[in-house]
Design a protein around this ligand. Structure first.
Ligand code: BGC
Length: 758
């Protein structure tokens, strides 16, 4: 106990509050408020209740509405989630402000995961744009719309790295790569929070799920995580650190245990790393019910023990466990928990409320006129469309099938997803109205004068509910095949929109099969046999294994779930009004058996040697090691040529830097954009390093025929990793370098870091 006390005292002095004048002012206000608060009121700031509308987790038995209202009036609630809309937020805020003893405003949290009411593409899709400016703007627009509806805190960005396509929450993150994950995390945090958190158009962000949730065993949601030190520090934690450095105000912990200790009660993660080493000053919210779930994990004996473990570990706010509100006061009075822990947690929450301006005006997010004006505004819709176009990845384009001609082509549009107005909204679209996405069928008619005939082919979803079951989605009904075949036979080109329903990914939606759900593969093959001029447009929230399509279908467009403007974005790409430039943020496997598959794997002692006939290598006897489509891969309607890799020097000491450049030429006939990617390989290290790692990228626009020089600066910071000694350092030695168009293709060279310590 004494250790925690002295640790916290130091924490207060050294890191608790930033040194800006404004922040010092808030600190004083927080201190004086704390002095007036009873123990129960302080604990109240650590208590978060779900509202009365959306449910995003199992409802606790003791969570009746009557009880919630009673606790609100007592000043025992610091925050609510899933209360939205100015009218509803005003109603609960009014109780907190006008009916409690101290009138402390609530902080209102909501899962603004990819837009509020207007949906932008799912986060995985946004990451495929590699366009940080657009991602920043998209988050800013989502914040603006949410803030206008009374929300002042989003539970985003999710910065979990995942290498497992079975995990349904792959759709919520930026994919498999740590470097890209860091960049996207920072862009999204800055987008949500803006320059001024007190502005009525910005909201506090939340880096989640801390930590390692994306490494759930077998891709099964909420499952055990057991990973080593190197993976934790080199792969999992950096995006969280990047979010912290971008100024994120809150963190959410995770449902999983990490190496035997639930993340919610994990002092190493929360106290030692986050609040200690990184000096995080904001607050940590538990995940939904995760404090109580420590009992099911087999870590806490009962709710009281769970509350004790969580608060000691550094979880500041309890989301829907009722553990803090019911147990903490007696734990303090019995001397089990030091009140300084309560003071620290409550202070952190109050500080963020001051920063949001809630004490100046608790109703600053409750302006009904603004809500009306901002919701679904042209500015927000335009940003969503822009983001959606940028998120599309062209995977294959043979025989010049794409772009489609605008006149004189008879087009068959096949697949129930082509006409779906709901599925493109994706998972985590709680505030969106059902059926508000523009479908491909609707949009295809807007951009050209072609004759378009639609046939569903096979139903994918029966009903439209978020809790739809896999069996309902995967209907086996093939009665629509005949119409689809007849329609395809009469067409010049067949556009097939196939993939997953929007509710087949997301929380609790792990899958053991990552091929096309239901009878869609059979539909694809049947239609292809009738007319091979097929353009396959994929809708999905995770990588899919589509070896047959990759081999046979001439054109494939990865269109994820692109949100409200989905159909427009897809139609503009299909007709060539927009030249795609997205690149995959995840590897697409050839088969499920390869999962987890990721480009930045280790070499092993027996790496595959091409052409070797023996079996004693790290490989499969029935499948290649390589992915179907690699990380970083994506085509354009134009072509790019990489040449002339130049390094300013081949050796450097770490006090200086190397400039690496290439010439990029647009060798096609259209203007286009290319994501130029830098990969490095630390050949020998105290802890083995991946065969390559993304360490930089640039989005370059070039006119047809134009060329330019693209340069990257390589300094020692870029070479650092968590070494065998447990420090961030660059170790001297040889490094491989590759600059290219994907993780599998590029110009290669090498350089040496000389000296001893970096
Ligand atoms: C999810 C979180 C989410 C929370 C609140 C949980 O089930 O894991 O990501 O923010 O619910 O809706």
């Amino acid at each position: 106990m004494r250790t925690i006390k002295s640790f916290l005292a130091a924490l207060f002095i050294m890191a608790a509050f930033s040194i800006t004048a404004q922040s010092m002012q808030y600190e004083k206000q927080v201190e004086s408020l704390l002095e007036q608060m009873t123990l129960e009121e302080k604990i109240g700031q650590m208590n978060q209740y779900n509202g009365f509308w959306n449910v995003t987790g199992p409802a606790p038995e003791n969570g009746t509405a009557a009880k919630k209202y009673e606790h609100l009036r007592n000043g025992w609630v610091g925050s609510m989630l899933n209360v939205r809309g100015v009218e509803n937020v005003r109603a609960v805020q009014k109780i907190a402000v006008e009916e409690t003893r101290l009138g402390i405003p609530l902080i209102i949290g909501f899962d603004v995961i990819h837009g509020y009411k207007t949906q932008s593409p799912i986060p995985l899709a946004e990451a495929a744009s590699w366009d940080l400016e657009a991602i920043h703007k998209s988050a800013a627009m989502a914040a603006k719309e949410a803030a206008a509806a009374g929300i002042n805190w989003t539970f985003a960005p999710m910065v979990d790295i995942s290498r497992d396509a079975r995990w349904g929450r792959v759709m919520e993150g930026a994919g498999e790569d740590t470097y890209l994950g860091c960049e996207v995390a920072a862009a999204r945090v800055r987008g949500f929070q803006g320059e001024d958190l007190a502005s009525p158009h910005t909201i506090a962000a939340c880096a989640k799920h801390y930590a390692a949730y994306g490494f759930a065993e077998a891709g099964r949601d909420y499952n055990t995580v057991d990973i080593g030190r190197s993976t934790l520090h080199n792969v999992v934690l950096p995006p969280f650190k990047a979010a912290k450095e971008a100024g994120v105000k809150t963190f959410m912990n995770a449902f999983n245990e990490l190496n035997g200790i639930p993340a919610t009660g994990n002092a190493y993660l929360l106290r030692d790393i986050l609040k200690g080493d990184w000096g995080f000053e904001g607050f940590v919210v538990s995940d939904w019910g995760s404090i109580n779930e420590m009992i099911a994990h087999g870590h806490a004996r009962d709710t009281s023990h769970a509350a004790e473990l969580a608060v000691e570990a550094g979880s500041d706010m309890d989301m829907e466990s009722y553990a803090y509100v019911e147990e903490l006061a007696s734990l303090v009075r019995e001397g089990v928990i030091d009140e300084i822990l309560i003071d620290d947690a409550a202070a952190r929450v109050l500080h963020v409320k001051y920063e949001l301006g809630l004490f100046d005006d608790p109703y600053r997010y409750c302006d009904a006129a603004r809500e009306k004006e901002v919701t679904g505004s042209k500015e927000i819709m335009d940003a969503c469309l822009d983001m959606a176009k940028k998120s599309i990845v062209l995977l294959k384009n043979e025989r010049g099938l794409l772009p489609l001609k605008k006149e004189g082509q008879k087009i068959a549009l096949i697949g129930t997803l082509a006409a779906d107005n709901n599925s493109p909204l994706g998972s985590w679209r709680l505030a969106a109205d059902d059926n508000t996405a523009v479908s491909v069928l609707e949009a295809m008619k807007v951009y050209a004068g072609n004759e378009i005939r639609y046939a569903s082919g096979a139903e994918l979803a029966i009903g439209n509910t978020a809790f739809i079951t896999e069996m309902e989605i995967n209907t086996t009904d093939k009665t629509g095949f005949a119409e689809a075949v007849a329609t395809a036979k009469e067409a010049d080109v067949v556009v097939m929109v196939l993939g997953e329903h929007g509710f087949q990914s997301g929380e609790g939606r792990s899958r053991t099969n990552i091929s096309l759900p239901g009878v869609q593969q059979e539909l694809l093959e049947t239609v292809y046999a009738a007319n091979p001029n097929v353009v396959l447009v994929l809708n999905n929230g995770r990588p899919l294994a589509l070896p047959w399509a990759a081999e046979n279908i001439p054109a494939i467009v990865e269109a994820w779930q692109l949100g409200t403007q989905s159909g427009h974005a897809i139609a503009q790409v299909l007709y060539g009004d927009y030249n795609p430039s997205g690149k995959l943020p995840v590897s697409f496997p050839r088969s499920l058996g390869q999962v987890p598959i990721y480009y930045n794997h280790k070499s092993t002692g027996r790496p595959v040697s091409p052409g070797d006939k023996l079996v004693f290598w790290s490989h499969y006897i029935d499948e290649e090691n390589s992915p179907l489509f690699p990380f970083g891969y994506g085509l354009s309607y134009t072509t790019f040529e990489y040449s002339n890799l130049q390094l300013s020097k081949n050796k450097f000491t770490g006090d200086d830097a190397i400039k690496a450049s290439i010439t990029l030429k647009n060798t096609g006939t259209l203007k286009g954009k290319e994501v130029v990617q830098l990969y490095l390989h630390d050949r020998f290290a105290s802890v083995t390093r991946p065969v390559k790692e993304l360490k930089g990228f640039q989005l370059v626009a070039l006119e047809a025929g134009e060329s330019t020089t693209v340069s990257f600066i390589i300094d020692k910071k870029l070479l650092q990793f968590y070494t065998a000694k447990g420090e961030w350092a660059a170790e001297p030695g040889m490094f491989g370098i590759m600059i290219g168009s994907s993780s599998e293709e590029g110009l290669m060279g090498e350089f040496e870091l000389v000296g001893t310590k970096h």
